[in-house]
Each structure stands twice: as C-alpha cells, then as structure tokens.
Ligand binder design. Structure first.
Ligand code: UDP
Length: 329
C-alpha cells in the first residue's frame, strides 16, 4: 500500500506510522504541525509534508507524486471538554475539513480510508460493554463532529464506492516501548499524562473531575488501550477495506478503570504518593465508557499485546521520565 497519514506527526499518528512501515508499506506523513511534532516522524525516514488537510492543491500534489492509494486520517482536535466551549472549532476542523479531504481524495482517485472515530459517538450508553450496534448519541460536539464524518463516509461509499473503516477509539494511553515517541499534547488534558506530571514535579496534585457519578467509587470509568495496540489495529483495518463499504470497529480492552484506579496504578508504577483533589465534574463527561472489541478481534484478527493498565502506564512513564518536556528535550 502507498499510505498517506494525515495528522501523522501527532501522538497516535506517529505510532501508526511505525506500525504501517513495519508492515512493509510506503508512507508519507501530511501534518500542519499545529499539534504534531516533526521529531515524531524524523527518525523513521518517512517524508513529512507540511500542510493543512483543506489545502486541496497541496494534498492533490502529494497524492499524485506518491501514488497514494490509502489515507489514514488523524488530523483532528480531540478535547471533549474544549469542544463544549468552542464547538465551531471542532465542526470546522474535524468535520468540514474532513469533507474537503474526502473531496480531494475523490479528485485524486483515492478510494480507501481508515478514519479515527471515537467512543464519544455513543454519548452516555445504557449497556456496558458497548458494542458497535449501540445507539449513537454523542453528548459533546467532539463526538458529534466525528459522527458527522462517519455519516459522510457512508454516503461517499454509497455514492462513489469509497471503501473505509471507522475505528472508534476508547481511551488511548501509553507510549512506544522503544521510548522515543509518546504523548506530548499542549496543553495536556488527558488523565494518564496529567497524573504523571505530579511525580515529574510539574504539578502539585491531580484534580479528579467529580466523585459523585453513579460508579462504585464515584469517579468516571474508562477503557484504556495501549497506543501500539491501537496502531496495529490500523494496519489490520487498512487490509480489511472493501470497496463501497464502511466497516466500524470499537477499540478498547473491555475492562473499565475509574479515575481513582488510574491514579492508584500511577502511584504503584512511579513509587510516588501523587496527591489528588476532588473538583467539580467536567462538562461533557459520560460516567462509564467500556468497549466490546469482540468484532475487531473476530473480524480483523486484532490481538492486543499490552492489555494491562499497569503496562500501559509503565510505558507512558518511561517516555515521560526520559522526555519530561516532550519533544523539547
Ligand atoms: N480526568 C480527571 N482529571 C484530569 C483529567 C481527566 O479526573 O485532570 C477524568 C475525566 O473527567 C475522564 C477521565 O479522567 O473521566 C478520562 O479523561 P481524558 O480527558 O483522559 O479522556 P476522555 O475520556 O475525555 O476521552
């Protein structure tokens, strides 16, 4: 395959880049570097093209020059909390610009896509674990912006024969065991890297956003998946694309951990006390999100290598300890 990774210099994209290259495919990274890091691409030798996914002319050139046949798209904003305050940012970037991307793919004759979707499309699901057939009812604009794209993909499949896979990620964490790439968001909003900032001496404590949820310890429950396992699923998904069809898979480990349990695991891994303080709920947070990934396991042959939360946190800690300022070290 000749793969274009849009947003390939970001946290997940840079891990997928390594997985795609390891599987023997050609890869070009296309990234605006608004959120991504050139350093996350450089060591692989893959070409990095600086650009916006809505820059049709530049994208068409890259597609033509590299005979791209498959796009894996990560170029998106990802903060559910922020999307509540700035919905236009999410619909413009994640939805409208992805429509532009689809149009450019059509103009360039690219008929295969793997799309980063999210568990946020389910909103507040009634049944756990969540299967792909669960009702789609996002409760934040981030989830809505991604669900819009899933609908667009289906329409393009019906109208133009687009083939694709939408992967609904649960909570992605951890870092590559090689230790040279990992999570480096600015600002950081995700639980695991924020908790690890305490033992790094970068914050005094971790705030727990609400302990009055209807869960055993009152804090929100999430399903954490290792970023390398997620990356492997993209390679399998790309191989499963069929013309005129959009397949959908959940990606998680099928086990939920509360915010308090995640903090406790971080204490164990780092040997640090990690003080925590309860603060009000963060708007847009569902109480419990746990995946059923049975479909990905069955249909894609996906086998997570690092399903244990402790391993996920250990790999994240190895990255942050050796790169306390992310790629600026
Ligand atoms: N969370 C928290 N304190 C923080 C950051 C996150 O209590 O400083 C909680 C958040 O409310 C959610 C869970 O941790 O219940 C995971 O949040 P994250 O932002 O990592 O991922 P999301 O589930 O929003 O995709």
């Amino acid at each position: 395959m000749n793969v274009l990774l849009t947003g390939g210099a970001g946290y997940i994209g840079s891990h997928v880049l390594r997985a795609v290259l390891a599987a023997g495919h050609n890869c070009v990274v296309y990234d605006s570097l608004i959120k991504g890091h050139a350093e996350a691409v450089e060591t692989t030798g893959a070409e990095l093209v600086l650009g916006d996914i809505a820059d049709t002319r530049k994208l068409l050139q890259v597609i033509g020059d590299n005979k791209i046949d498959t796009v894996i798209n990560f170029a998106a904003f990802i903060e559910a909390g922020e999307s509540m305050d700035k919905p236009e940012k999410y619909f413009r970037n994640n939805t409208v610009k992805t429509l532009e991307l689809l149009e450019t793919m059509r103009a360039g004759g690219v008929k295969r896509i793997v799309f980063s979707s999210t568990a946020a499309v389910y909103g507040t699901p009634e049944l756990t674990p969540i299967a792909e057939t669960a009702p789609l009812a996002p409760i934040n604009p981030y989830g809505s912006s991604k669900l819009c794209v899933e609908y667009m993909l289906q329409a393009y499949a019906a109208a133009y024969g687009l083939g694709g896979v939408a992967l609904r990620y649960f909570n992605v964490a951890g870092a590559h065991p090689a230790g040279d790439i990992g999570e480096a968001h600015s600002p950081e909003t995700h639980l695991v890297p924020l908790v690890l900032q305490v033992p790094l001496g970068q914050r005094d404590d971790i705030k727990i956003f609400g302990d009055d949820y209807d869960t055993p310890d009152g804090t929100c429950i999430r399903d954490y998946i290792h970023v390398c396992d997620l990356a492997d699923a993209h390679v399998l998904a790309a191989g499963a694309i069929e013309p005129g069809e959009i397949k959908v898979y959940n990606l998680g480990n099928g086990e939920g951990f509360s915010v308090k349990e995640v903090i406790e695991t971080c204490r164990k891994v780092t040997g640090h006390a990690i003080p925590a303080e309860i603060t009000p709920r963060r708007p847009g947070d569902p109480p419990r999100l746990v995946a059923s990934s049975a479909k990905a396991i069955e249909q894609l042959g996906w086998r997570p290598e690092y399903p244990e939360l402790e391993t996920i946190v250990s790999h994240a800690w190895a990255w942050h300890e050796s790169h306390p300022n992310g790629y600026n070290d």
